[in-house]
Design a protein around this ligand. Sequence first.
Ligand code: LMR
Ligand code: MN
Length: 596
Amino acid sequence: MESRCENSVLGHGDLRSRGSKHNMTEQDALLDEFESNGKAAKDTQASMPVKSTSNFTLILLIVMVALTWGIAATAYFGIVDYKAVMGWKEMGPVETRSSKAVPDSDPENPPQAKENEKPGLNKEKAKEPISHDSVKEPDKKKVEPIEKETEKKTQENKKEKVKKKPNPFTSKEDKPILNELKSGDKLLKKGKAKEAELHFRKLIKSNPSSPRARFGLAEALNALSQQLKSNSVLQECIKAYGEVVQIPGCPQALKKQSLLTKSDRETFLGQLSSSLKTLAVLAREMPNDVEVLNKLGVGYLMINKNSKAKQIYETVLQIDPDNGFALTHLGFIVKNEGDWVKGADLLGRGVGSLAEGTQSGKFYFHLGDALHRTNRTKEAEEVYARGAEKGLFRSKYQRSLYNVDRLQSRPFWTPKEAGASEYVRKLEQNWKMIRDEALKVMDVEKGLFLEEEEGLKNTGNWRQFTLFAKGEKTAECNRVPKTCALIDKMPNAKGCRRGQIKYSVMMPGTHVWPHTGPTNCRLRMHLGLVIPKTGDGARLRCADEYRTWEEGKVLIFDDSYEHEVWQNAESFRLILIVDVWHPDITDHEKRTLSAI
Ligand code: LMR
Ligand code: MN
């Protein structure tokens, strides 16, 4: 079973760092999964999210809101894979147009909190105007003895206590059928989803203007879709939630609950733009609701609209300057835009808030990185150590976030330990052919080696030429056919869907920031092809150990550990990087783990 090294189940969707053509940064493996949302849903059997049945006491509804959050949450590096909660295997999710029942809204133009509605800007309460009335002598005749007055007040208080608070989810249209609504809820609570569905359908027939009856139907369909693992029932459920909010007089709380669940279910099906649209509708109606805005921000991040998400989180922070969720998310965006100082500040405050959704490996990861890159090395180390203590990382050095827990690990491996002796032999025997093919591509068509775009480089020039990625051969193989033919005979390398095979050329004066690969499921082989001996040389640090390359020799390390590279020689360094499945990964895992 794969885990994310993360003990927090509740979070809220995922983030995607942007700005590079190669979307997949080693640090943000997950991000890749947003891109392939539909695809991802297909290759992973959904682990069904827990969903509470409806019971319309206020407390239960609060619990429901929390649970709904939890479901949406799995998008970032949470224990549950984002795609693990998306669509069912047998019916791949299909992006549909969002329910017609929902009024149109424009996710391109997220709602802004209205200036005069921002509590953050309007904190001071208007002072009561002092009028003559306010200093008027009390009407003596009306004054009652103090004991009597106190007694009266106590009685009133008691009465108030007995008087039930109005249920914010119930409208006047629901009142005549409260008992029927309750019995539907009971059916749902007992897990009788089908019966509940029929019950609510009948209720709707006789009471078409009851928002709660329609909501009950949506809830029943939601439960039923989970029982049957049916995407088409889920689609019906989504439609039903959309219809709830169309009913005139639908209470705000019920609207919010319906649209949040609708959006969550849409995300589950991989319908990310519909989900975003749903949130945008809600946010337009409730422009100061930070819970809604925070989710809307995640919606934008999930479709890689980071600048829109940024606006949303800035708005949230105007309303609620200490909102931890918004702080971490804005910090993440800003940090990935390259503003490490501001990113560290925001992420630090967000993570420090301990608020729900902030204790994620991803935020600790980027906070540490931002601190490190701004020379706050000691603080970075503390953040990593804290992340490891919290179980967000496997250790302070091994900070990959897509992990299979039981795998043995160490920074450097021998070919035998890696179960790769045969591959190493073949690579070393053929190293000159591999080098010559690379040099030909480098010399003749320099443009083919692409700049490393994951933002891992501090200084210098580092380029790559990719032959296989995520277990798929690239078109570049046509240019280096012999090398690819050799790799073709290495199933654990060419089929490593959590790795790449690429040439890597590094120019003198290059320093690669300490960084960590996304997963512990692979080991990384480096075959030395052109290794300069002059100057200060080129070297690699992995965890606490330093190594260098040798021409014609393979070096194996686990890149889920922090590693760092310096190239201070006088000419370029060329290697072939070959990722292989970790020897403890089973055949079943090789087939089923999501590609990274
Ligand atoms: C890495 O795998 O991060 C680097 O070691 C690659 C390289 O070219 O040295
Ligand atoms: Mn690396």
